[in-house]
Design a protein around this ligand. Structure first.
Ligand code: FAD
Length: 106
């Protein structure tokens, strides 16, 4: 099985990449479906303490899915909440597309 850190790294990679490729102008259905996806994800994320805290966090800060930028920023903030909880530095959310979509310039 994957350990908690490996699972976390792969999952954040997936979630941030998905946010970076979310439509700029989603349809109402796409916005609603992404909200549902995130709520369901939080229910079944296979690390119980992580999932419980994440459920609580997204209850306080519901998913923002009106645009790609809004979703990417929302997710970056959620990841920062976990970073801070684990004593890691907070990530600069202005770099999120560069990191997860466009690639770093050389
Ligand atoms: P990660 O935090 O996995 O990040 C991977 C890469 O993402 C980083 O190298 C960096 O390039 C980039 N990055 C970092 N911060 C951001 C950001 N804010 N926005 C965008 N990109 C960023 N672990 C626990 O021990 N306890 C928990 O309660 C817990 N809850 C979790 C909840 C969720 C929903 C998820 C997905 C994971 C959780 N984890 C938890 C795992 C934890 O967040 C890390 O994935 C794990 O500790 C490995 O950390 P890492 O330092 O390798 O980098």
């Amino acid at each position: 099985p994957l350990d908690k850190d490996e699972l976390g790294r792969s999952t954040w990679g997936f979630l941030h990449t998905m946010a970076s490729y979310f439509p700029d102008k989603p349809t109402v259905k796409q916005s609603q479906d992404m909200k549902s996806f995130l709520q369901i994800f939080a229910q079944f994320y296979p690390c119980e303490p992580c999932a419980l805290d994440f459920q609580e966090d997204i209850q306080k800060h519901p998913p923002k899915t009106k645009s790609r930028d809004e979703l990417a920023k929302w997710l970056c903030d959620r990841h920062n909440t976990v970073n801070i909880k684990l004593g890691k530095p907070s990530y600069d959310c202005s770099k999120v597309h560069e990191r997860w979509r466009d690639g770093w310039p050389d």
